[in-house]
Design a protein around this ligand. Structure first.
Ligand code: DGL
Length: 270
């Protein structure tokens, strides 16, 4: 591992690209290795035991590339299995919960905060505990929105998409008038930011991937681990199933500046 090693990022699928986009903006000289476990998505409806097994394999794959830090760009992993990565390595390990919870508390004027995430994230109660540990009087309302994950993976992301609008209406109506801030506690959800915002006008949305990317940048800087490279870093993508859909959907999400040519790997070997 050296300063020129890559930053490892993973998620169950496309969602973690929200962190890649932010990392590439903050740290353009860094190499990034991204793994999307497209063969086993979604994680959020799986048992804690399965999520922990998948997490250890995903992290082992990234470690096999000698990465200098790992960002679990997945709310489900961050809330159920971060310690499984820490048990494998001494390099810095980041999730998407800690900083988002702090940012949500700071952003909220009423201290009435909503959390949306996968079923496994909501069941873990981690965002609620973190916010209440800052201020026990804060009110935290939670709702699992599992259908948002396939909507993103299957590309129902165009502005005004009717199916996504209805899903947002159904899941988010209970938050209306109840919260002034909403944590998008699953990294797939920022991709639906416009539709979520339309269902909850005036509510501040917290993107956990952006907060986590800032934490990665700060730690690498403070520990002298930033690359000295002058030009742009390289981003390499790996997936555990046929890459065509990931390449197509990922490109729409990351924008035209990013070329995605993911390679398929056998994650079961890790
Ligand atoms: N993007 C993920 C998360 O942040 C996982 C979604 C899923 O696989 O269910 O929770």
């Amino acid at each position: 591992m050296s300063n020129e090693s890559a930053i490892g990022v993973f998620d169950s699928g496309l969602g973690g690209l929200s962190a890649v986009r932010e990392l590439a903006r903050l740290l353009p000289h860094e190499n990034i290795i991204y793994f999307g476990d497209t063969g086993r998505v979604p994680y959020g409806s799986k048992s804690r035991e399965t999520i922990r097994k998948y997490t250890a394999q995903d992290a082992s794959f990234l470690l096999s590339h000698g990465v200098k830090a790992i960002l679990a760009a997945c709310g489900t992993v961050s809330s159920n299995a971060l310690e499984c990565i820490e048990a494998l390595t001494d390099i810095p390990v980041f999730g998407v919960v800690e900083d988002a919870a702090r940012e949500a508390y700071a952003a909220s004027k009423t201290k009435r905060i909503g959390i949306i995430g996968t079923q496994a994230t909501v069941n873990s109660g981690i965002f609620k505990r973190k916010i209440e540990s800052i201020d026990v009087r804060a009110t935290v309302l939670q709702c699992a929105c599992p259908l948002f994950v396939p909507l993103v993976e299957y590309g129902f992301t165009a502005e005004g998409d009717e199916i996504t609008r209805l899903a947002c209406e159904r899941y988010l109506a209970p938050f209306r008038g109840e919260v002034d801030t909403l944590v998008l506690g699953c990294t797939h959800f920022p991709i639906l930011e416009k539709a979520i915002s339309a269902a909850l006008p005036g509510v501040t949305l917290i993107n956990p991937a952006s907060e986590a990317a800032r934490a990665v940048a700060k730690t690498l800087f403070e520990n002298g681990l930033l690359s000295a490279r002058k030009g742009r870093g390289e981003i390499r993508y790996f997936v555990s199933d046929e890459p065509a859909r990931f390449n197509a959907e990922g490109k729409i999400f990351l924008g035209k500046d990013f070329a995605i040519d993911a390679k398929k790997i056998e994650i079961d070997k890790f």
